[in-house]
Design a protein around this ligand. Structure first.
Ligand code: KIV
Ligand code: ZN
Length: 542
């Protein structure tokens, strides 16, 4: 259906989805991703159909720079998303961002400086007058590298609106094409945030030359509600992350925003100048990719998705009570406001078995959206055959799990050669492990623990000898049934840094051992690289 579009570059009649999973999302404690993992996520975000990928903060560390540059090269194609790099309002940050996004067909620099009095006084130690000078100067500097410049007044939610209007007017006059309004500390309520956006629309004289974007944290659990109110008041770009990951309580969750705008499009249409009955999607997101993207991000970051999480949680489409089940059997609409297939959940049909060959395997993986190199395919095929010997019915979820497990491994410093446990109600849990060290030495040790997993971890610790504290351990089964694959996700801490590990196997002790080794390998890799600057915790040093 055609819509009444009054589109101008600054006032699109649809919502732009700006994904910051790889930048703000990666600032979640323990969510650190390596370059290959970031590329894997960026490719999936492109398949999902996001308009902009904020790929990182290039000045923060050489690893961040490399990741943004590679994503710009490999994902930032002509018909792909805009690739954005974050920069504080300093020349060296902006130069790094410009250099990193250069290979993208469409590159963006996102520069920011705080505007709230609390940040000015205690963090930046600058006056309002100074910020009024720096913001346009740095936007103009960014503009000397790229046409597409986004400006954020950090902590806008707690800034004096009158001061905010002045800063925004100057940033737009200097060339900012998007002005992003962050609720950095997740403090505002929906009504207040909506009013802030309306105030900007009404009081910044040149606002029609820029797209209004919003960015918000979930400290009070209000980020999605705030964004939806912002849309009603003129915001046209939403900055969000998969599974809502990000600093502290995280960011607004992409899947929740997209599905709210989809399921309730008749409600939102008029705010975008469309007839309310218009069926045209409000975003460009391919919703059938949502579940898969959520799983990928969760596996790679080690950030477990709570079962009752809206849209992508394991229970989001499960009906437990008899009354609900009865209603759904009679008519799904009684208790379901959206079809699970919309987010890419299919019935777990049996797709492959023991006698399936490599071609069938490759074809099914392609259908599921996995493009593997020959080496990756060979490794995954071996895992598939091993699984087919143990498990009669292999589902799409099983395939996804073994492929993710096989191709998404952190760099391998320590390698698990053998793990063996003995336990039971009459014996003390004992584990023996053999590991290959980064120097190629084969070392074996054994330990007794409070349970089999504890014994395995203690035995591994005796070999590896890297101090750390296990802070989270979860096991989840991929499908139902006694022969299901178990996925183990763990997080461990060393000092103030958190590292995650993930592994899948039909034997949960083996999965636990691999998950632990993965996390230790990440920790080991991190001790060999330089520390990075965090966007929110750094001062400006121009
Ligand atoms: O939360 C925030 O203010 C940010 C900015 C850098 C946009 O992440
Ligand atoms: Zn943020």
């Amino acid at each position: 259906m055609n819509t009444q579009s009054q589109t101008s570059p600054s006032q699109p009649d649809r919502i732009i989805i700006f994904d910051t999973t790889l930048r703000d999302g990666e600032q979640s404690p323990g969510a650190t991703l390596n370059v290959d993992e970031k590329l894997t996520i960026a490719r999936q975000l492109a398949r999902l159909g996001v308009d902009v990928i904020e790929a990182g903060f290039p000045f923060a560390s050489p690893g961040d720079f490399e990741a943004v540059q590679k994503i710009a090269q490999q994902v930032g194609t002509e018909d792909g998303p805009i690739i954005c790099g974050l920069a504080r309002a300093t020349k060296q940050d902006i130069q790094a961002a410009a250099e990193a996004v250069k290979p993208a067909a469409k590159g963006r620099i996102h520069t920011f400086i705080a505007t709230s009095d609390i940040h000015l006084e205690h963090k930046l130690r600058k006056t309002r007058a100074e910020v009024l000078e720096i913001a346009p100067e740095m936007v103009a500097y960014a503009k000397s590298f790229v046409n597409d410049v986004e400006f954020s007044p950090e902590d806008a939610g707690r800034s004096d609106p009158e001061f905010l209007y002045q800063v925004l007017e100057r940033a737009i006059a200097a060339g900012a094409t998007t002005v992003n309004i962050p609720d950095t500390v997740g403090y505002t309520t929906p009504e207040e945030f909506g009013r802030l956006i309306r105030g900007i629309k009404e009081n910044v004289p040149n606002i029609d030359q820029a797209i209004i974007s919003v960015h918000g944290h979930n400290d009070l659990g209000l980020a999605v509600a705030n964004f939806l109110e912002a849309v009603k008041n003129g915001a046209r770009q939403l900055e969000c992350t998969i599974n809502g990951i990000g600093e502290r309580a995280g960011n607004a969750a992409l899947e929740e925003l997209v599905m709210a705008l989809h399921v309730r499009r008749q409600y939102f249409n008029p705010f975008l100048g469309r007839p309310s009955e218009s069926e045209e999607p409000l975003t460009r997101i391919d919703t059938r990719q949502l579940y898969k993207t959520s799983r990928l991000v969760s596996n790679l970051t080690g950030m477990f998705v709570q079962p009752n999480k809206a849209i992508v949680g394991a229970n989001a489409f499960a009906h437990e009570s008899g009354i609900h089940q009865d209603g759904v059997l009679k008519n799904k609409l009684t208790y379901e406001i959206m079809d699970a297939q919309l987010i890419g959940l299919t019935d777990n049909q049996i797709v492959l078995g023991k006698h399936s060959g490599r071609n069938a395997f490759r074809t099914r993986l392609r259908e599921l959206g996995f493009e593997l190199s020959d080496t990756e395919l060979n490794k995954a095929f071996v895992r598939f055959k091993e699984l087919a010997d143990k498990k009669k019915e292999i589902t799409d979820w099983d395939l996804e799990s073994i492929v993710n497990d096989e191709i998404q491994q952190p760099p391998e410093f320590f390698r698990l050669e053998l793990v063996q446990v003995s336990c039971g109600n009459q014996s003390r849990p004992t584990a023996t492990v053999t590991l290959i060290t980064p120097e190629g030495q084969e070392l074996t040790d054994a330990a007794i623990g409070t349970g089999p997993v504890d014994a395995v971890y203690k035995a591994i610790n005796r070999v590896v000898n890297v101090p750390n504290e296990l802070i989270e351990f979860t096991v989840q089964s991929v499908t139902a049934g006694i022969d299901a694959i178990g996925e183990v996700t763990i997080r461990l801490r060393q000092g103030d840094r958190v590292f995650s590990g993930h592994a899948a196997n039909t034997d949960i002790i083996v999965a636990s051992a691999h998950a632990y080794i993965n996390a230790l390998n990440r920790l080991y890799a991190a001790t060999q690289t330089e520390p990075r600057i965090s966007a929110q915790h750094s001062q400006l040093s121009a």
